[in-house]
Design a protein around this ligand. Structure first.
Ligand SMILES: CC(C)(COP(=O)(O)OP(=O)(O)OC[C@H]1O[C@@H](n2cnc3c(N)ncnc32)[C@H](O)[C@@H]1OP(=O)(O)O)[C@@H](O)C(=O)NCCC(=O)NCCS
Length: 219
């Protein structure tokens, strides 16, 4: 008699770099999903390589077969914001479900909304009434205070801090260690430099650095 394999807890991770490693670690610590393997669509030569306690299964060409074999969950674990949003949609269109991955040592208040495909790293604190969109990264030890709105595909980098009522537009990057004053609005695809202190609104698509943060003059 043939044994059927239950793959309903198997997770495919798209990405095979440092960010994928930390996402995989959070998955293992959470204990809810099993890592079926990783996708590297950039370096075809890595197919079959051991990686992150599992294996690189190939590029995007193997995704449909994995779905057909019963793998139900998939997650885009790449740092580039635009790519993460795009790959997340490719996975949804292929019929996968995208989990929310929250490291068990993150603190997330009751009732906080987290969109699918979003990753919350170890040491983060997310406060009440925050609303975090899809495919967001809230990275190591970042904090997102009450009533913040984080748009799809944004990245709050390690050690960044958002005070209450801050809004962050789609695919914006809040750089490592940056601090954002309460009620500030940061536009879509804006980049906040490492270590910045943001005390004024930042327009979409601009880069702002420094203490206090200023939009770069070449923009
Ligand atoms: C702001 C940033 C995007 C600029 O990158 P860039 O366009 O490649 O800029 P460069 O490194 O060429 O630097 C250009 C100038 O800006 C300065 N600069 C760069 N980053 C800065 C920062 N965060 N704060 C203040 N000044 C900064 C440089 O010293 C340089 O000054 P100079 O022209 O007087 O020498 C980048 O430095 C940064 O901070 N990115 C955040 C990255 C991050 O946190 N990623 C998270 C990974 S998990």
């Amino acid at each position: 008699m043939s044994e059927s394999i239950n793959r309903s807890r198997d997770l495919l991770i798209w990405g095979a770099s440092g960010h994928a490693l930390v996402v995989a670690d959070a998955v293992r610590c959470g204990g809810r999903l099993n890592i079926a393997g990783f996708i590297d669509d950039v370096n075809p030569g890595r197919a079959g390589e051991d990686f992150g306690g599992s294996r690189i299964l190939g590029g995007r060409d193997v995704i449909m077969n994995l779905r057909a074999s019963g793998v139900m969950w998939a997650f885009a674990a790449v740092g580039d914001n635009a790519a993460r949003v795009e790959l997340g949609q490719v996975l949804r269109d292929a019929g996968f479900r995208l989990p929310v991955i929250v490291h068990p040592r993150a603190v997330v208040a009751d009732g906080v909304v987290l969109g699918d495909g979003t990753y919350v790293a170890a040491g983060c604190v997310i406060c009440p009434e925050a609303h975090i969109g899809r495919s967001v990264i809230v990275n190591t030890a970042a904090t997102v205070d009450h009533h913040c709105l984080i748009g799809e595909g944004a990245h709050v980098a390690p050690g960044a801090h958002l005070a209450g009522w801050v809004s962050v537009g789609e695919q914006a990057l809040i750089g490592v260690g940056a601090s954002v004053r309460d009620r500030i609005r940061i536009g879509a695809r804006a980049v906040i430099g490492a270590g910045a202190a943001v005390v004024t609104d930042i327009p979409a698509g601009t880069t702002a650095c420094g203490v206090p943060a200023r939009v770069r003059e070449d923009q």
